[in-house]
Ligand binder design. Structure first.
Ligand SMILES: [Mn+2]
Length: 320
């Protein structure tokens, strides 16, 4: 039996609908955060080893859409798909909750943390810019406000959530040939390579890895960054240097589902909060050698119903 068998696999298991979030026990929340701090190593990169016959299910920005995360977790961790062995999130789990998902940031964050704690070999959470907002502030950063509203500022849950995000890797590679990150890759790599470059969490590195846009995106140049957007040439050079075939990323609903840069870059976005973008995921082989996006299965999904959503949503109580 797993050492974590007594941990709620999903914080949402203790909820029957989003309206119940304010009654989520503080002890449950603190247990998740205590275990996260004790058991999850702080790291800036991760490597996924070859897993014969297995695939990863990769998702993009979920932005508080925890029913969708529950659905994705069910596909990987539940019965029925023995080939799906790993759930990978490319960041931006919090903020942007709609009235139908009250306190969606804290629920989605706690749900994902508890999933990785329950199944550390089968869930991998990368950081997005919404998980680095203490370094590069974003507009409408809501997760701390939500936590303060539910449990009170004195409990420190909001600040502890931010510190929990700091332990997530900025990027990962799979031995099957994929690079995974929220937005981009570091530019000043030198001989030491991209993993060494990511050990320094400078503002420049964070802008490059969790903030930047593809040059072909209509978002490019609109976020007030100091850096130039990502070109096709430098992407192909980076992948060649790293010995990898594809780059799977999130961050950009305008690019969601589009194959870019000679079928080497796919952007995913997976939140009902941006319903116009659709729910995009990718099934990534974890064996063999992924050469380009023809070896990756891109899927668009229907958003699952919100539990208990027949009831009227509670009004948002905190000022914004
Ligand atoms: Mn983002």
């Amino acid at each position: 039996m797993s050492a974590h068998a007594d941990l709620p696999r999903s914080v949402a298991q203790v909820l029957s609908s989003p309206q119940d979030v304010p009654s989520l026990p503080l002890e449950t929340v603190e247990e998740v955060l205590d275990r996260w701090e004790a058991q999850v190593p702080a790291r800036t990169t991760a490597t996924v080893r070859l897993r014969p016959g297995k695939r990863a299910l990769v998702f993009g920005d979920t932005h508080s859409d925890w029913p969708t995360v529950q659905m994705l977790a069910g596909r990987v961790l539940g019965p029925g798909r023995d080939d799906l062995d790993l759930l990978v999130g490319t960041g931006d789990y919090v903020d942007r909750a709609t009235p139908e998902l009250p306190f969606g940031s804290v629920v989605n964050a706690l749900l994902l943390l508890s999933l990785e704690l329950s199944e550390p070999e089968r869930v991998l959470l990368l950081r997005g810019n919404h998980e680095t907002q203490r370094t590069i502030p974003i507009l409408r950063a809501e997760v701390v406000d939500e936590a303060n509203e539910v449990w009170g500022a004195g409990t420190g849950v909001g600040r502890r959530l931010e510190r929990a995000f700091d332990r997530m890797p900025l990027a990962a590679e799979t031995e099957s040939g994929a690079y995974l990150a929220h937005a981009g890759f570091p530019r000043d790599r030198g001989k030491a390579g991209w993993k060494a470059a990511l050990a320094h969490e400078s503002v420049k590195v964070l802008e490059e890895v969790v903030w930047n846009d593809l040059e072909v995106s209509s978002f490019a140049g609109s976020r007030g960054l100091e850096i130039a957007p990502i070109t096709e040439g430098e992407t192909l050079e980076f992948l060649h240097e790293a010995g990898l075939g594809v780059f799977l990323r999130g961050h950009d609903p305008m690019e969601a589902g589009k194959s870019r840069y000679q079928d080497r870059v796919l952007t995913l976005h997976t939140s009902r909060v941006y319903d116009w973008a659709g729910l995009h995921v990718a099934e990534l082989p974890l064996d063999g050698k992924v050469r380009d996006l023809r070896d990756v299965r891109h899927l668009t999904l229907e958003a699952p119903p919100i539990p208990g959503s027949a009831r009227a949503p509670a009004p948002r109580r905190y000022p914004k």
